[in-house]
Design a protein around this ligand. Structure first.
Ligand code: G3P
Ligand code: MG
Length: 233
């Protein structure tokens, strides 16, 4: 089972920051999930549409420039990274899962990704884009056909993972509380990976192993790694 650092190693460091991302890299995680919001002029790595919860600033991210967003403290002296900065920090070492939040200017996002791929900063295999907005995913798959798509969901639809297969997705990213044996079997039959979020407690990690999911998003990657190591020995 793969271990993905959720918002970086955000259980111990300010979420979606350099500290959380580099801590996750040092742990040797299989991947890092970050959240993307559009600014007036680019892409900021921050979960909420508003600055208020995770920084000492206020206001709506999409009404500000990157420079304005980056002047605030995102905890412990950290700042809100730009997507470009995260590409540089990760430097293609692990899979990067971009979760699109209130993200617009998708054509600009495609250009930024292509630029990083052509410059060797990012390889195609190490990029996975997810969103609860499946229309965005459909658009992205049309305009960047090679990109791996992760269909986010927090429900068990009547037709199980049909929606993700129709999107030509690589994976379904599912709320851990809406996973059952039927769901996992259906995903596997459709050749879709199942990644569960957000799995922090030992009992939940064990449940996900029992369900046979392919990976978990966790705020405490080292805890999950230790548990997996114990189980394999
Ligand atoms: O990408 C999985 C998970 O992060 C989705 O929910 O609110 O933590 O971004 P959220
Ligand atoms: Mg997220």
């Amino acid at each position: 089972m793969k271990v993905f650092a959720h918002r970086g190693a955000s259980g111990l460091y300010p979420e979606n920051t350099y500290a959380a991302i580099t801590a996750a890299l040092e742990l040797g995680v299989d991947g890092i999930e970050i959240d993307i919001q559009s600014t007036l002029d680019g892409f900021a790595v921050i979960h909420d549409t508003w600055l208020d919860r995770t920084t000492n600033g206020q206001g709506k991210v999409n009404k500000l420039t990157l420079a304005e967003v980056q002047q605030y403290d995102a905890g412990d002296g950290q700042f809100v990274p730009s997507l470009e900065q995260v590409f540089q920090w990760v430097n293609d070492r692990v899979l990067l899962n971009l979760e699109l939040k209130h993200t617009f200017a998708l054509d600009k996002l495609v250009k930024l990704i292509e630029h990083n791929v052509y410059s060797g900063q990012l390889s195609r295999e190490n990029l996975l884009i997810s969103s609860f907005d499946h229309h965005q995913l459909k658009w992205l798959k049309q305009h960047l056909p090679w990109v791996k798509i992760g269909a986010l969901t927090s429900s068990i639809p009547l037709s199980y993972c049909e929606f993700a297969e129709r999107l030509n997705a690589y994976s379904v990213h599912v709320d851990k509380n809406f996973i059952n044996d039927e769901y996992v079997a259906d995903a596997k039959a459709r050749n879709l990976k199942v990644f569960a979020y957000t799995v922090d407690k030992q009992e939940d990690i064990e449940d996900m192993i029992a369900f046979g999911v392919d990976g978990i998003f966790t705020n405490y990657p080292s805890k999950a790694q230790t548990l997996l190591l114990q189980k394999s020995t």
